[in-house]
Design a protein around this ligand. Sequence first.
Ligand SMILES: [Fe+2]
Length: 394
Amino acid sequence: MDNFRYYNPVEVVFKENGMAEAGEIVKRYGTNALIVSYDDVSMFRDKIDAFEKDLEKHGVAVTEFFRIVANPLMSTAREGVRLCIEKNIDVVVGFGGGSVLDSAKTIAAGVLYDEGDIENMFVFSHSCVIAKPPVRSLPTVMISTLSATGSEMNQCAVITNDKTRQKSYVWSDYIYPKVALLDPALTVGLPPYQTACGGIDTMAHIIEAYLNGDTSLNLTLQDYVEEGAIRAVKDTLPVVFRHPDDVQARGVMMWAATMALAGFINAGTMIFTPMHQMGHVLSAQYNATHGATLAAMMPAWMRFFAKRDDNARYKLFSKRIWDCDSIELAADRFEEFIRSFGVQTHISEFGAKKEDIPMLAQEVRSVSFGPDDMLGSNPKLTLKDIETIYELAF
Ligand SMILES: [Fe+2]
């Protein structure tokens, strides 16, 4: 195992219909709440109305900030910060999926940020890390409505800089939420495509750690835990797809998503997220759904390594998850699994053209390559490798 520090102060309340307790939870942290959510909340309007009534009952004033879109923007977060200052907000509630929760974290930290524009907290280049992470934040309560991101229980937020179209992240112990409220009943009614993309994102979070493990380390424990979590999602996503009202199955997906990125199941592995780095560029360029970008990257990634010698992790993954000895066959099975939910597995389906590939690879290089001009991965990858993987995903 690699050396690691594990710290996670987030209180998790996992409860079917737990929304009924949300007002009481928020009241613990403030009396003047900003609720951050999507620009279209029609799907949740009745839930939000009930929540706001509950907050009122607990003496918490409410300001709505319903402006968040998928692949959330820095400019929107800035508006949220301004609103917080204007309204003297003392607690921020994220009600939504990853885009909303990441924006809520950024806004809450932005209110107390004294290193200039909030853009300065974000890492936009791995080769030249000049980010100044926040050291303070308003308290946040995260109410997850989409099983995918894990943002509700971690110290990271991803935002797209609308000036540069680059997607990158802030990482700080000070942006851990106070509470993650996980109510699987909230995800009933989520459209099938979003449900599937969320499940694929969850798988990707675990698979990144699994495939990029350092083979010189003893990862027996992490491997079994990660395999179990991947299998749980692989078995449960089809159940949710067939039975969208199955709250138990929704609960499995929800807790798997939270666990996948809470730092626990991959502690002691070498954590790289190269597939995410390549996927982020697709989201930034084509506004592709995050989970779908990973659906395109993962099988291509496997096919790339099938042709190389340093693919021991991929063989293990093929055998233990896809029940076969061939990485190629496992990639086919994985792609078939993804497509069974109607999710794209080719970057051309996002609108990418063949001639875009060198540009996409350069974008990965400018944001995610290290000082050695390689993409953090295990093994590390060159610009040419990135182009080849995009070609395999075309
Ligand atoms: Fe992700």
